[in-house]
Design a binder for this molecule. Structure first.
Ligand SMILES: [Zn+2]
Length: 125
């Protein structure tokens, strides 16, 4: 039996969207290299989505451990060029994973933090 307690429906229009461990998800299929990835289905809205949707690993062509290594370098404050050299990838690849991880961190922040002061920099985007 798959432990899906850390997953939630990714359909923003679903009433159970974002509710972890709600019991509405099931595994409908496995795919990817060695069938290592799961396709999940929400019984509330009938949407199917990859278990990686909403993570920096979604549609990633690099193996998980390499992406984790890249993001670990970045989290330690190592710059994009140095991370690219250390990880053996192009710096645009590093920049893409930084962007994806940043977007996800923003979503997580919005989900978990009750109040966040406004940031004038966000108006520039
Ligand atoms: Zn749903």
């Amino acid at each position: 039996m798959d432990d899906l307690s850390r997953f939630c429906c990714q359909n923003a229009a679903c009433p159970d969207s974002g509710k972890r461990g709600h019991g509405n998800l099931s595994v409908t299929m496995r795919y990817g290299p060695r069938k290592s990835l799961r396709l999940l289905r929400c019984s509330t809205c009938k949407t199917r989505f990859s278990e990686r949707k909403g993570t920096p690993l979604f549609a990633s062509r690099l193996p998980t451990d390499r992406v984790v290594t890249i993001l670990a370098h970045v989290a330690e404050g190592i710059g994009t060029r140095k991370t690219a050299r250390l990880s053996g990838v192009h710096q645009d690849t590093v920049a893409r994973y930084i962007r994806q991880a940043g977007d996800q961190a923003q979503h997580l922040h919005d989900e978990l933090v009750a109040f966040s002061p406004g940031d004038d920099r966000s108006a520039v985007r």
